[in-house]
Design a protein around this ligand. Sequence first.
Ligand code: SF4
Ligand code: SF4
Length: 165
Amino acid sequence: MCAACLAQGPPSHGKIARVIHVRLDRLRAGQAREDRMCGECTACCTVMAVPAKRKPNRHACEHVKACGCEIHSERPDECRLFHCLWLRGAIEGGEPTRPDVLGVMFDQFTVHNPPGESQVHTLAFELWDGALESTEARAVIDELAQRFGLAVSYRDGRWSEVEPG
Ligand code: SF4
Ligand code: SF4
């Protein structure tokens, strides 16, 4: 989903029938869950920064097309190794909670600072206006924020911090 598509708001497909939860056992997984694939989603190609492509966050990559990445086999490691929390299987709910359907992409990573210190960063990226306010998105945000604290990136460029509660 490119920047132009994101600006149009939620797609018509996909319906979430229940409150979704976070699979804590999948949060630290470095790989995609075997039964999940990005499919039509390209949300991270817009919201994430890709230094290898000199791409800042919230700018559509020059290589993202309607069918996905046009340089897929040669994409940088930053893209190859990135798995959002949905792709890792940490967000319940199947395809209706995929970032391009839910409207929010979640990420978590750890920064290791010597000597022996590490810091967990948990992020939520809003893909279209109001997406953070859905019942389903709020359930995930509240659960992550309560455990880790959360940095929220709004579509208009603002950031806010939600402290663990
Ligand atoms: S946001 Fe997640 S599901 Fe969507 S393309 Fe990126 S890694 Fe795949
Ligand atoms: S290089 Fe490909 S995978 Fe990486 S951000 Fe651009 S379109 Fe997405």
